[in-house]
Ligand binder design. Structure first.
Ligand code: MRU
Length: 379
């Protein structure tokens, strides 16, 4: 992503300083702040407190966390302890497990004395793959936006200015949620770069407001037109014909096509179905939990601190940050961070290998495709 005219990733390893650097997402949009993570404890803390967040970025960060744990102690015991600690940071996004499994299975072939360097190289490779994967998701999803743009162009009255494709998105599934490009925002960035008129409705995404604080921030940096809306507006906008397509990300997708994503995604999918608005989920295949073939009920849903619901962080007009309470003192609150959208509400899965139906047959077709291209059985 471009920030102040400079290409910027959400995380990168600084070889000279032997440190992992991240954009601290808890400080956005108020302050652009790069933070150094120097050991496993700092990485675990950064994932838990959501300085880094978003399924693919959590996986990439965890890979570096494992590498940092092996810097001073190359033992298998240290490796196992690090994996256990990292797995406890956030339970829902499967990319965390996926990245750690890839690291562990590659490291088993490496002499213990060389595991630190090998782990760093492997983490770097995962990051490069993440960027390439997201770009392919972007290219796949671009075709959907192009088609809508063509239809709108044909239908508009003669002489009327170009009408943008209106896209609704939830949470932040952009560059900040990945190493770069994002998943749901990748097709939007490519469309914008190709001169297709797009406009994004950004759900604020209570309670942590990833839409309001992160998605708006990164769309503005790429000059993509957008409007922030309250979480409850989506249904109304769809009834008014103001949404052409919904594009969201996923933290875990089951082998029958159920999609777990940021809480509130399900309600948008219901409203989309009621209003015949196509509802697509953009995801790398690393987000698919092939072991869950029945339905999304088995996905562990993260419940976060209720204080995230009763309090909000904001900046006053003098630029001073405050956390304020918006509910009565001691108000009971519940904070599920994710929900599951049943496959029947998903129009299609936009992946780095093409668009697939959110059905057992669609996922089986994708699995076949993966096995043919890699020559090994998909996990
Ligand atoms: O709690 P978060 O901010 O980590 O949740 C992020 C999301 O729900 C994203 O939509 C999801 O990870 C897909 S990101 C490419």
């Amino acid at each position: 992503m471009q920030i102040h005219g400079v290409e910027q990733r959400s995380l990168w390893y600084d070889e000279a300083g032997a440190t992992l650097r991240i954009i601290d997402q808890t400080r956005l949009p108020f302050e652009f702040c790069i933070v150094e993570l120097n050991d496993l404890a700092a990485v675990c803390e950064a994932i838990t407190t959501m300085q880094v967040r978003g399924a693919p970025l959590i996986g990439a960060t965890a890979a570096y966390g494992l590498a940092l744990a092996l810097r001073d102690d190359h033992s298998l015991a240290a490796q196992r302890d690090a994996v256990t600690a990292l797995l406890l940071t956030r339970p829902t996004a499967i990319n965390l497990q996926w990245a750690l499994q890839r690291m562990v299975s590659s490291l088993q072939h490496i002499p213990r004395g060389e595991v630190y360097r090998a782990a760093l190289d492997l983490a770097a490779q995962l990051c490069e793959e993440d960027i390439a994967t997201n770009r392919r998701i972007g290219e796949t999803g671009l075709a959907l936006i192009k088609q809508l743009a063509d239809e709108k162009q044909t239908e508009k009255p003669e002489g009327q200015a170009e009408v943008p494709v209106n896209i609704l998105t939830h949470c932040n599934a952009g560059a900040l949620a990945t190493v770069d490009w994002g998943t749901a925002l990748a097709p939007i960035y490519l469309a914008h770069q190709q001169g297709i008129a797009v406009h994004v409705w950004v759900d604020e995404t209570r309670p942590r407001n990833q839409g309001a604080s992160l998605t708006t921030w990164e769309l503005a940096r790429q000059d993509v037109p957008f409007t922030l809306v309250s979480d409850n507006s989506g249904g109304h906008l769809m009834q008014q014909g103001l949404v052409d397509i919904c594009l969201v990300g996923s933290d875990r997708t089951t082998a029958n096509g159920d999609v777990c994503n940021k809480v509130g995604t399900y309600l948008k999918a219901l409203a989309a179905r009621d209003n015949q608005v196509p509802f697509y989920v953009c995801l790398p295949v690393s987000t698919i939990d092939w072991g869950l073939a029945t339905n999304g009920d088995e996905i562990p849903i993260e419940y976060r601190d209720p204080a995230e619901v009763t309090r909000v962080l904001g900046e006053d007009d003098s630029g001073v940050l405050h956390t304020v309470r918006i509910a009565p003192q001691n108000c009971p609150a519940l904070n599920p961070a994710f929900d599951v959208t049943p496959a029947r509400l998903v129009t299609g899965l936009v992946t780095d290998h093409g668009i697939f139906a959110a059905t057992p047959a669609g996922l089986a077709e994708l699995k076949d495709e993966l096995e043919q291209t890699s020559g090994v059985d998909a996990p």
